[in-house]
Design a protein around this ligand. Structure first.
Ligand SMILES: [Zn+2]
Ligand SMILES: [Zn+2]
Ligand SMILES: [Zn+2]
Length: 286
């Protein structure tokens, strides 16, 4: 929709000098871009492209988008697409959009597709972030489980470790405490898995997950580790649980990523604190 043309003197001045003033750009940016494209004046074209990016608004974006496409200005084109996509609620009410719908349904379709792709990319990224945080939580739970079964922490620890040592709270106490509660429940629950207790089931899954990750089952202090390993070996011949293996792989890789970015558990600092938890300490004998 080129409604205004720049005065002839402005056009010839700018194309001849490959340059134009801010005032020219304000008034005739769109036309100068078209001229610079048609008359092959690359410096002027670059200047106009940048100026138009800075001057993009909800009201002019559809016009500029059409021009960017005609004048082969990919940066400007992309900027316009992004603005239309993020401000579509406003843009669809503009004259420019209505004009486009009537005269260029092909471009309309292209824009709508771009918006749909942007949305689904956003959703995918969000889902990925949520999944990563779940795997990271599981990987942290795995670390806490090993920590509880080897050195112990506040209220849970192995039966042969002197309870006056390493009683935490450790640096991941939020996770560790949740796990301690779960272990204490598991040790005393009457319903257990077959009885349909959800908490016990979760604990059972954590033990199984540990076993799938554990690479030293002979030295391992985590309950059921060897039993699960044995069972998995036997079952491998019959079934191949792809989903479970995928989960294990993701937890392992989340652990690898987090070990690069998080400081190691400060084990030395944990020792010697909270001596009064002695009495409530429950022992892992499952
Ligand atoms: Zn702990
Ligand atoms: Zn239970
Ligand atoms: Zn183990």
């Amino acid at each position: 929709m080129l409604k205004l043309s720049p005065p002839a003197d402005c056009a010839s001045r700018c194309t001849a000098a490959s340059w134009c003033s801010e005032e020219d750009l304000d008034k005739y940016g769109i036309h100068l871009l078209a001229l610079s494209h048609v008359f092959l004046v690359p410096q002027l074209k670059l200047r106009c492209t940048k100026a138009l990016v800075e001057r993009l608004t909800n009201d002019n974006v559809v016009d500029v988008l059409q021009l960017a496409r005609l004048c082969d200005a990919p940066d400007l084109h992309l900027k316009c697409m992004k603005l239309v996509s993020s401000n579509f609620k406003y843009v669809e009410k503009t004259e420019g959009w209505k004009f486009l719908q009537d005269h260029d349904p092909w471009l309309e379709l292209q824009i709508l597709q771009f918006i749909a792709e942007t949305e689904s990319r956003k959703k995918r990224r969000k889902r990925h972030r949520e999944e990563q945080s779940l795997y990271l939580q599981l990987s942290e739970a795995m670390e806490c489980l090993e920590h509880l079964c080897t050195e112990g922490c506040t209220s849970v620890g192995p039966s042969d470790v002197e309870p006056t040592k390493n009683k935490g709270p450790c640096s991941r106490f939020a996770t560790c405490q949740g796990l301690q509660l779960l272990i204490r429940h598991f040790a005393t629950c009457k319903m257990r898995v077959n009885g349909g207790c959800g908490r016990c089931k979760r604990m059972w899954q954590l033990f199984r997950l540990h076993s799938s990750i554990c690479d030293q089952p002979d030295l391992c202090r985590v309950p059921l580790c060897r039993q699960f390993k044995l069972k998995a070996k036997q079952e491998k011949k019959d079934t191949d649980d792809g989903r479970w293996r995928l989960l294990v792989r993701k937890v392992v890789s989340a652990k690898a990523i987090s070990s690069l970015s998080l400081p190691k558990r400060k084990r030395e600092e944990e020792a010697g604190e909270m001596a009064d938890h002695h009495g409530t300490r429950s022992l892992i004998r499952l």
